[in-house]
Design a protein around this ligand. Structure first.
Ligand code: BJW
Ligand code: ZN
Length: 254
């Protein structure tokens, strides 16, 4: 990393060390080092054949429930094989150390893979739901699907209705409890850290700006520049699994 990059990390370490009320927002970039594809990079398999931003809609599910269900089942099986990486681990340690030191910590994630849970993070706010829960569009029954590939596509409920993944598609409202917790935490935090998100999908894309308007210090860690890079106090360009462990362990050593 360049000297400027090192200076930025030093500055971020100081900000994190001084913070009392920390909010972290994560996106697909945090899971990338676990082998899971992001949304706006080119991927492989089904990912390269279909545009995820077109499949992740209620209209796509209505038009072709078989295709959309196959795509989510394929992703579900890939997530089942994935392990949390060093970035997930660092965020779990950050939470533990903050809480130990009497600081408040909230983890907001746009990811639906539950790798933060697997790394030991607690009370994770899942802004875009999870692909482990599948619910019936007719009777609303929801249950966890951890098993092998589905036997047929699309998936059906005992009532005959179609079952869909418990994720939030474009045009759908975020779960009200998640958005309330996010708004409360962002409105009162003194440090906001955005990691591994392209900051293109709202409402999460607007959180850094809102945190800043409320007077919070803001940091971004992302592989590439994003629309919020110029807005935050410190923007660090790098991989989350490489940057976060050093940042966390220097700011809040064990
Ligand atoms: C690394 C890395 C490494 C790679 N280390 N970094 C305001 C303005 C304009 C539009 C809207 C607006 N408000 C709402 C909208 C519409 C829409 C929207 O935002 N559209 C935009 C495209 C403009 N938003 C919605 O529809 C939302 N709903 C809503 O607002 O409802 C209002 C409403 C209220 C009341 C009633 C009804 C409605 C819902 C958004 C749902 C998004 N869903 C998805 C799919 C989830 C299910 C699934 O997984 O399939 O969520 S879309 C997809 O994008 C997924 C992600 O969570 C989300 C964000 O993506 P993310 O995480 O940022 O990933 P990438 O791939 O974009 O970026 C990865 C980044 O990581 C890159 O920058 C890399 O460089 C970086 N990276 N490796 C660090 N190792
Ligand atoms: Zn049903």
């Amino acid at each position: 990393m360049s000297e400027r990059g090192h200076n930025r990390i030093d500055e971020a370490v100081r900000m994190l060390r001084d913070a009392q009320l920390i909010v972290v927002l994560t996106g697909a970039g945090v899971s990338a080092e676990s082998g899971l594809d992001t949304f706006r990079d080119s991927g492989e398999g089904l990912w390269s054949k279909y545009d995820p931003t077109r499949l992740a809609t209620p209209e796509a599910f209505q038009a072709d429930p078989e295709l959309v269900t196959r795509w989510y089942d394929w992703r579900r099986l890939r997530c089942a094989e994935a392990e949390p990486n060093a970035g997930h681990g660092a965020l779990a340690r950050l939470q533990e150390r903050c809480e130990h030191a009497g600081r408040e910590f909230t983890l907001l994630t746009q990811n639906v893979d539950r790798l933060h849970h697997a790394a030991g993070s607690r009370d994770v706010v899942e802004l875009h739901g999870t692909l482990w829960e599948w619910r019936c569009v007719r009777c609303g029954e929801s249950k966890e699907e951890r098993g092998p590939a589905f036997e047929g596509y699309p998936l059906r409920c005992a009532c005959g209705g179609l079952r869909r993944p418990g994720v939030v598609w474009f045009g759908e409202a975020l779960p009200s409890d998640a958005i309330e917790r996010a708004q409360q935490a962002i409105g009162s935090c003194d440090l906001f850290l955005s990691v591994g998100t392209s900051a293109m999908v709202y409402p999460a894309a607007g959180f850094a700006r809102t945190a800043r308007q409320h007077g919070a210090a803001t940091i971004e860690v992302n592989r590439d520049p994003t629309p919020i890079s110029a807005l935050v106090d410190v923007s660090i360009q790098g991989r989350s699994g490489e940057v976060l462990p050093g940042l966390v362990d220097r700011a809040l050593p064990e």
